[in-house]
Design a protein around this ligand. Structure first.
Ligand code: COI
Length: 356
């Protein structure tokens, strides 16, 4: 059990109704944090009242962007128990990302104990409403005050919690996608394969321009503006008549937890699902001959996000009449059913809070 500080106040706010949640605007009353210093190791690990971080203005994260995060969710199942979806996946990805960004990853026991203590204290914030969940944001940043360019020798690991509803606010159930052929999100050998804050900074300008054109998100292509990599903040799947394709992990694509879960699920169902490179020429050609049945994004925040139309070089391509397709719908029902305890979990994805 991690120390809880003496100034821990009584809960001051309560979980609002799901209709008021949106995504990532409301935070719970406490957070978990732990510090690392080279030569000293991890110290001062505590669940404390939620509040601002005090940091030296020269801290490396503020200048050189040594920042990494994870996105996870806790769910309340129908028997009222609280469960997490694949926490080990997120821990392992944080370890890989920390290596790439030269940050010190927290030991697994610290990561899991911090999660467990914080979630146990904030259990009332895990919504009962099946359309909502508690989003978990473990974060790792370099805090050493030093302006030379080298890895920070001081690190802050923290976890914050935010009750969330739907990520996308549109009512059609599908998202409209602009295929981005100017800006590039990431390149192999860069940071795209890890959950670095910098990847999201790189995405903002194109996302803003896309919204001004009436689209929800961009589809990211590789540096040659040809091969498909991701969509918005998600991985992407294309359902063709004879196969389901998702871009291979080429070093620029993030290995998403829901991506991996969808691959396992489709293979378990006996579907032909392929991880390979896929370019716009193939996509348009197969759409034109009626071979592209549906497409959807996968991510922790949105879970499954069906794509209603794609605009490439000013020309719209409508998918499944702009409606949610059957494969996306079925996968969403199964994954959210497992998360809620409505259907069995043959994959071992669910971890009960008490077993963390
Ligand atoms: C996810 O869906 O996995 C995300 O990380 C989205 C988040 C950046 C809002």
């Amino acid at each position: 059990m991690i120390e809880q500080t003496s100034e821990m106040p009584m809960a001051s706010k309560k979980l609002p109704p799901s209709s008021e949640l949106g995504f990532g605007r409301i935070f719970t009353n406490h957070w978990f944090s732990s510090h690392y210093s080279a030569g000293k190791g991890w110290y001062k690990s505590a669940v404390e009242p939620y509040g601002n971080i005090s940091m030296n203005p020269a801290a490396s994260v503020l200048h050189y962007g040594q920042a990494l995060f994870e996105g996870m969710k806790a769910f309340r199942q129908t028997d009222d128990s609280i469960v997490l979806f694949r926490p080990e996946f997120n821990y392992n990805r944080m370890v890989n990302g920390a290596e790439r960004l030269c940050l010190e990853a927290p030991p697994k026991a610290l990561f899991m104990q911090g999660l467990k203590d914080l979630l146990t204290l904030e259990a009332d914030w895990v919504p009962k409403d099946p359309s909502a969940s508690l989003y978990i944001r473990p974060t790792l940043i370099g805090t050493e005050p030093f302006l030379g360019v080298r890895p920070s020798r001081e690190i802050l690991f923290y976890i914050i919690l935010s009750p969330v509803g739907s990520y996308y606010q549109n009512t059609s159930g599908t998202v409209r996608i602009w295929v981005e052929d100017q800006a590039v999100r990431a390149i192999p050998g860069g940071l795209g394969a890890v959950k670095a804050g910098a990847n999201y900074a790189a995405s903002l300008q194109a996302a803003l321009l896309t919204k001004s054109k009436g689209y929800d998100q961009v589809m990211w292509l590789n540096a040659d503006h040809d091969e498909i990599e991701e969509v918005g903040t998600m991985n992407v799947f294309f359902v063709f008549k004879d196969e389901i394709v998702t871009p291979a992990l080429n070093g620029a694509v993030l290995p998403g937890c829901v991506r991996d879960s969808v691959l396992q699920l489709l293979r378990h169902q006996g579907k032909k699902v392929v991880e390979r490179s896929i370019n716009m020429t193939e996509l348009i050609e197969r759409h034109t001959r009626g071979d592209l049945l549906e497409a959807f994004g996968t991510g922790t925040a949105a879970v499954i996000s069906p794509i209603g139309d794609l605009n490439f070089k000013g020309k719209p391509y409508i998918l499944n009449d702009g409606k949610v397709g059957p494969v996306a719908e079925k996968i969403f029902k199964i994954i959210s059913g497992i998360q809620r305890g409505l259907i069995p979990d043959p994959f071992g994805w669910i971890t009960r809070l008490e077993n963390l």
